[in-house]
Ligand binder design. Structure first.
Ligand SMILES: C[S@@+](CC[C@H](N)C(=O)[O-])C[C@H]1O[C@@H](n2cnc3c(N)ncnc32)[C@H](O)[C@@H]1O
Length: 330
């Protein structure tokens, strides 16, 4: 999709590939094909650990934040409007040459194109594969920049950021899971997919918790978690939960993701359940919340000796799974 539109745009002269200078590709999907651009001059900018790992293995320079100046920037449109606008506002002043924006119709490329047409020159967009690509030249409103964003919970305020999970309010599923954590929660806890730290913050109200590892793939979310949790018992890991290694834990708490990039992917949540079984002590416990329709039962049953539904409400379910079966595979 990106590859097809990039090649067509270069063939049609929608923008020119600069002969020299650094090129930034911002927020690409993991399966994005960047072969239309010279690898030795291209830096991939991504917050997401698995994407970072992937492009790094392909030999690209990879960064979590943009520096610049860039001779060409290609922004791959994220779905969250505030995040998309913040990327345009951040990259425009760092780009001396073409500022190219690419995205699917389902991610809102037409609405961004419409907004930018009122502010500057977008040229004629390249239209292909259910998406559009255009080069923008013009001003970007100051209020498109990412400002501080926060949510509150019982008088406590938490920092979030555009595009991170539950940026505008606490997820009701996570709130239900937190309410089901036992009073005597104790020992070592791992929060898989910790986001900006809501579940960990709730777990840390239990005084007998001795340590908590927050494992999160989204760098921006993890930075927010660092700001939100200053408790010495917490350690922060920018990592892929599926391959994360640690000493055996007493508890894993998780509200697993169910999307890979833009696509629904129950296999990712199933991978989180397998990772939890691997990371727990023989008598360890997994505390899980998930949307009711997600097919996690079979994975839970095959990786834990005891699986107990704790609550089912408003479209999600809270489950306790105990005693991982270490020998099971699949
Ligand atoms: C449903 S959210 C839950 C966030 C937080 N625990 C809460 O309850 O608000 C799932 C989180 O998993 C993160 N995530 C997605 N894939 C991941 C992976 N492979 N490894 C670690 N974290 C991942 C997402 O960035 C997101 O923050």
């Amino acid at each position: 999709m990106l590859a097809a539109r990039l090649s067509l745009a270069l063939d049609e002269g929608a923008f020119n590939l600069p002969d020299t200078g650094a090129i930034a590709v911002v927020a690409p999907a993991r399966d994005a094909d960047l072969s239309a651009l010279p690898r030795d001059r291209t830096t991939v900018i991504t917050r997401h650990f698995p994407v970072h790992h992937h492009f790094s293995a392909l030999g690209y320079a990879v960064e979590t934040t943009a520096r610049g100046p860039y001779a060409l920037t290609v922004i791959c449109l994220p779905r969250a409007k505030a995040e998309a606008r913040a990327l345009v506002a951040e990259l425009a002043p760092r780009t001396d040459g073409p500022l190219v924006i690419d995205g699917q119709k389902t991610d809102g490329i037409e609405s961004l194109l419409k907004d930018l047409r009122k502010l500057g020159d977008t040229g004629a967009p390249v239209v292909k594969a259910h998406g559009k690509l255009f080069a923008y030249r013009g001003a970007v409103p100051e209020n498109w920049r990412a400002g501080p964003q926060s949510v509150s919970d019982g008088g406590r305020s938490f920092q979030t950021a555009p595009g991170v999970f539950s940026a505008d309010g606490i997820d009701p599923g996570s709130a239900a899971l937190a309410a089901h954590l036992p009073r005597d929660l104790k020992g070592r806890v791992i929060d898989l997919g910790a986001g900006w730290g809501y579940l960990s913050a709730r777990a840390l109200t239990h005084q007998k918790v001795t340590a908590i590892d927050l494992v999160e793939a989204d760098h921006l979310a993890l930075e927010a978690a660092r700001a939100n949790i200053t408790d010495d018992r917490a350690t922060f890991h920018w990592a892929d939960a599926l391959s994360y290694q640690a000493a055996p834990a007493d508890h894993v708490i998780t509200n697993p993701p169910f999307h890979t990039g833009r696509a629904a992917d129950p296999a990712l949540g199933q991978g989180f359940i397998r990772a939890a079984a691997r990371l727990l002590r023989p008598k360890g416990r997994l505390w899980l919340v998930a949307n009711r329709h997600l097919p996690y039962e079979q994975t839970l049953e095959s990786h834990f000796n005891t699986v107990t539904p704790l609550a089912e409400q408003a479209g999600f379910k809270v489950t306790l799974a105990q005693a991982p079966r270490k020998s099971r595979k699949g």
